[in-house]
Design a protein around this ligand. Structure first.
Ligand SMILES: C[S@@+](CC[C@H](N)C(=O)[O-])C[C@H]1O[C@@H](n2cnc3c(N)ncnc32)[C@H](O)[C@@H]1O
Ligand SMILES: [Zn+2]
Length: 273
């Protein structure tokens, strides 16, 4: 199992410091070890995905362990679901690699697996590849996955956009997609600090054509955040766009007691008939 050329869809082979296809399309391996498989003509903006500031805030927040229970539950679920002969897992929208690396550490203990992380933001992939050697990282868009048909045992998607057709194309029959989405009360108090009128997060019953939802778990726990952590959390979320100076000052001075509420779902690709 290897990458697929984003230009002609033939397999890519490693060759010195490059990945190449038979049509001689070439993609350099960066010194940090990742490969950029997002051709300029597929880019929708100059710097797609999360900004360096969002990425750094997320890394600092995750490093402090506030989402560790989620990381552990995702790893435990994949450990329980994936067969011993699973070969490849892809983390879509992997960001700076916090979940990707933990998943690789967990699954590779008893499986000969390659764990891939993919993100459209080059800065995030560079950070991920530099820190985590246990996974293979690439820059690409979830709308065009650089993987062959029926080649992935599992895809993980934690708060990132994805394309249902691409999931159905790349996940093996019987393989799984694990998603994490916000439950109704997720970050309620952070929203209350930013908005006058707080809405509960609407419950979305996401379905992927060609997949059957086989499991659903929830995870909810309180966090006590320092001022710095509260501002990092704000910076990681879309609420940052709406937060005024006063809301930021209060969060920074007082910190925040805040609920988490995650919904973790497992969708299984229907077996081939
Ligand atoms: C909210 S972050 C989540 C990152 C990581 N999964 C986590 O939870 O820490 C969403 C990520 O998706 C990436 N992203 C946005 N659009 C994307 C796309 N079309 N293809 C791949 N990644 C994308 C962003 O760059 C960002 O790293
Ligand atoms: Zn090619």
């Amino acid at each position: 199992m290897a990458y697929q050329c984003p230009l002609c869809h033939l397999p890519l082979q490693p060759y010195a410091q490059q990945w190449r296809c038979e049509q001689n399309h070439q993609f350099d391996r960066a010194k940090e070890g990742y490969v950029n498989l997002l051709p300029v003509q597929h880019k929708r903006s100059k710097q797609p995905g999360d900004s360096p500031e969002m990425m750094q805030a997320r890394r600092d927040f995750l490093d402090a362990g506030h989402y560790r229970p989620l990381q552990q539950q995702v790893c435990a679920m994949l450990e329980a679901e994936l067969p011993p002969d699973a070969q490849a897992l892809l983390d879509i929208g992997c960001g700076e690699g916090y979940y990707t690396a933990a998943i690789a550490d967990q699954l590779k203990q008893s499986r000969a697996m390659t764990v891939y992380g993919l993100d459209v933001a080059k800065v995030a992939v560079r950070y991920a590849a530099k820190r985590y050697r246990q996974a293979s990282f690439c820059v690409a868009s979830s709308h065009r996955l650089p993987f062959e048909d029926n080649s992935l045992d599992a895809v993980v998607r934690i708060y990132a956009p994805c394309n249902a057709q691409e999931l159905a194309r790349t996940v093996k029959p019987g393989g799984v997609v694990l998603t994490v989405a916000p439950g109704p009360r997720h970050l309620y108090q952070l929203k209350a600090a930013v908005y006058d009128d707080v809405q509960l997060h609407p419950e979305q019953d996401e379905q992927f054509p060609g997949f059957t939802r086989v499991r659903q778990q929830t995870l909810a726990y309180p966090m006590t955040l320092t001022g710095a952590a509260a501002l990092q959390l704000l910076q990681m979320t879309p609420f940052a766009w709406r937060a005024g100076d006063e809301a930021r000052r209060q969060l920074g001075e007082n910190g925040l007691a805040c609920e988490t509420d995650f919904v973790i779902r497992l969708h299984q690709r229907q077996p081939a008939v």
